[in-house]
Design a protein. Structure first.
Length: 436
């Protein structure tokens, strides 16, 4: 059924349809509410606008985005056409929180390096000021005002690393998205290596790994290095069973088209492990390159790092992430351990039962089961704790293994549903507007 002329005019006026494109996530409810708002808008605005401009004004973009937020309609992100021009566009996302002391100097260093690479790729920098309480926002805005290609996005309050990255991803326009620490603990040359690997291999994600063979770590406090290494080993081998050495690292390169297909929810540091896990569910290709994590400059200038409390909280969040992403292992392994304890206790009871059975004289007028029952009764009187502990561990083992099987089944269902919904989302984003 074709839409009415009024609805068509509303779509054109608000910038919907073939002009700008829109992706309905909840079509039945969203369409109805959108039409109501559009008709109300037309009653007040249409008499003064007799023709549709070639490009909507900012006010109409604001109205369209407001309608999208109210109706769960997602505006299709702009796609870059840089590939057709020969050089890819690389978006660098830099989350920043209270970094006013080093921000300007490090941005100048980064921009100087990127300008030297303009023959290979074009670039843009998206600085996400995550509600800083110092002059980070003002310093970033001043630098962006005099430096083409640098943009600043502000959070009104500190929303943590996960939300800062999601904001940076949403405001990126490049073919590739590279996340970098604003303190340059990974030198700018890593950007070139990440982009080169993405282009050469067609990978979806490339991780800068200081823990893989060829990687290097300098001037990192021993306790933090120890916790970081073992957290990554735990997530890689126990939780994910992935052939990766760095799961928690933030410095990575992404193919933007693949990144948009990930429905990210985390707002803290666990977003890094969430990205890896969901990329694995989508059968994404994840590679690592050797990297050098160097804190020498930060320690030399006395830059304050994260507090010990936040470090431990981050480690705890990664452990919890391992549980949520692979919960059945946390049930199966304890269940198997308790089963081994049960088998040991049962074997010990059987040995003692045999010894007691041998001491009971034969009963000619009674069957052998009476002699066996007497042996069991005597063994229980002498060692009741063995029967109690064995019975409890057996019940707990069965329950934990049953929960593990249910968790495995639930995880499989979740992965299939996530894979299906992500495929639908990607296909919807790729679908031309005139086919919707």
């Amino acid at each position: 059924m074709r839409e009415s002329d009024t609805a068509a005019k509303a779509r054109a006026t608000l910038g919907w349809g073939p002009m700008a494109g829109w992706t309905p996530l909840r079509r039945p409810c969203g369409t109805v509410i959108a039409k109501v708002i559009a008709h109300a808008f037309l009653r007040t605005q249409w008499p003064r606008r007799r023709s549709v401009p070639a490009a909507p004004h900012s006010s109409f973009r604001t109205i369209r985005r407001t309608v999208c937020m109210l109706t769960d309609i997602a505006v299709r992100p702009e796609t870059s056409t840089s590939t057709s021009r020969g050089r890819p566009l690389v978006s660098l996302v830099l989350p920043a929180f209270n970094e006013s002391g080093i921000l300007e100097r490090n941005l100048e260093t980064l921009v100087a390096h990127l300008r030297a690479q303009e023959a290979r790729y074009r670039w843009e920098i998206v600085v996400v000021n995550d509600g800083s309480t110092d002059a980070t926002g003002a310093v970033a805005e001043a630098f962006a005002a005099r430096t083409p290609g640098v943009r600043v996005v502000h959070h009104v309050a500190n929303m943590n690393l996960g939300q800062a990255l999601r904001t940076g991803f949403a405001n990126s326009r490049g073919d590739y998205v590279v996340v970098l620490d604003v303190d340059l603990s990974y030198e700018p040359a890593h950007v070139d290596q990440l982009v080169q690997t993405l282009e050469a291999t067609g990978a979806d994600i490339v991780v800068a790994s200081p823990y893989m063979p060829g990687g290097k770590v300098s001037a990192v406090p021993p306790l933090r290095l120890f916790l970081s290494r073992w957290a990554n080993r735990f997530l890689a081998y126990f939780a994910y069973q992935a052939q990766l050495h760095t799961i928690t690292g933030m410095v990575r390169g992404y193919r933007r088209e693949f990144l948009l297909g990930l429905d990210l929810r985390a707002i803290g540091v666990d977003i890094n492990s969430e990205i890896i896990y969901k990329a694995m569910m989508l059968r994404g290709r994840i590679l690592e390159i050797p990297a050098h994590l160097d804190w020498s400059l930060q320690r030399q200038h006395g830059v304050a790092r994260l507090s010990s409390f936040r470090i431990y909280r981050g480690i705890l969040s990664y452990l919890l992430a391992g549980f949520f992403f692979r919960p059945f292992m946390f049930f199966i392994l304890p269940g198997l351990a308790l089963m081994l304890v049960t088998l040991y206790i049962m074997g010990w009871i059987a040995v003692n039962l045999g010894d007691v059975y041998a001491t009971i004289p034969p009963m000619p007028d009674r069957a052998w089961d009476a002699r066996f029952s007497a042996a069991v009764a005597q063994t229980f009187r002498e060692r009741p704790h063995a029967f109690l502990v064995g019975g409890v561990t057996l019940l707990l083992s069965i329950q934990l293994q049953s929960l593990g099987i249910l968790a495995l089944q639930s995880k499989r269902y979740f992965e299939e549903l996530f894979h299906l919904s992500s495929s639908v989302r990607r296909n919807t984003l790729r679908q031309p507007d005139d086919e919707r």
